[in-house]
Design a protein around this ligand. Structure first.
Ligand SMILES: O=C[C@H](O)[C@H](O)[C@H](O)COP(=O)(O)O
Length: 242
């Protein structure tokens, strides 16, 4: 097991993520069933949570990815499956973009499907992020769309049509790993990253994409997050959805 980097050794960007993650611990109580998000910010949270667990905090975590499962397991955080605990008290997760009304783009790390299932099963979702993730309009970050690996060319065409009906147009890129191999999600699907640049009506786009046969899930999280913790140069801000 690799020892966690001391916060002093973190880059400024990582230090902000860790600050947001640390504040999220204020909302964790003993006895909670806790969804554990995925990504570099959620990783800080799991790291800090493990420290509290070592000090006696009693929680059960439900990871949103194999990566988070491996990290939490290695740090001694007690884990369960969503089948064992289909209702969770809280999920803490990162995001790629946080728009108005806390609509989110998620899935930059490819975990969007499990993340959305876990967030939907949780009574509350808290998003942790550095302040740069807050945007006036979603879409600069390419929207991840998880699809089955059958008929991808046809699925692409259907996605384009659905997106146009929601006022969006942009290139779909099949996600690859750094070694050039096609990226495959924990559930065995592919990801198309949609460069829409500007999503004027996230709810309509979400609804249209969900209707496309072959689309398993997309990274628009609407009405799921109720609290956002942002860490920036001026400190940590906690925002609650109206
Ligand atoms: O699939 C990955 C997740 O949706 C992440 O929460 C999201 O990509 C944000 O990741 P990070 O904290 O690394 O920016």
């Amino acid at each position: 097991m690799t020892a966690a980097k001391s916060p002093d050794a973190l880059s400024p960007a990582e230090a902000l993520k860790r600050e947001a993650a640390a504040r999220a611990l204020d909302y964790v109580r003993s006895g909670m069933k806790l969804g554990l998000g995925t990504g570099s910010t959620a990783k800080h949270f799991v790291d800090l949570l493990a420290q509290r667990v070592a000090q006696g905090l009693e929680v059960v975590g439900v990871p949103t990815s194999e990566a988070t499962r491996a990290q939490a397991e290695s740090l001694g955080v007690p884990l369960a499956t969503l089948d064992e605990h289909p209702v969770l008290d809280l999920v803490i997760d990162g995001a790629d973009e946080i728009g108005p009304d806390f609509s989110l783009i998620k899935g930059g790390g490819g975990a969007l499907l499990r993340e959305k299932i876990v967030a939907t099963a949780a009574q509350q979702m808290i998003v942790i992020a550095d302040a740069s993730k807050k945007v006036a309009r979603l879409g600069t970050f390419p929207l991840p769309i998880e699809v089955v690996d059958f008929g991808v060319a046809a699925i692409r065409r259907s996605i384009d049509k659905a997106a146009r009906a929601a006022g969006c147009q942009g290139l779909l890129t099949l996600r690859r790993r750094p070694d050039g191999h096609v990226f495959v999600t924990d559930q065995g699907h592919l990801i198309l990253d949609a460069a829409y640049l500007s999503i004027s009506d996230p709810a309509t786009l979400a609804a249209r994409l969900s209707e496309v046969p072959g689309v398993v899930e997309h990274g628009l999280f609407i009405n799921l997050a109720s609290r956002v913790i942002l860490a920036g140069a001026d400190g940590v801000t906690v925002l609650d959805r109206a």
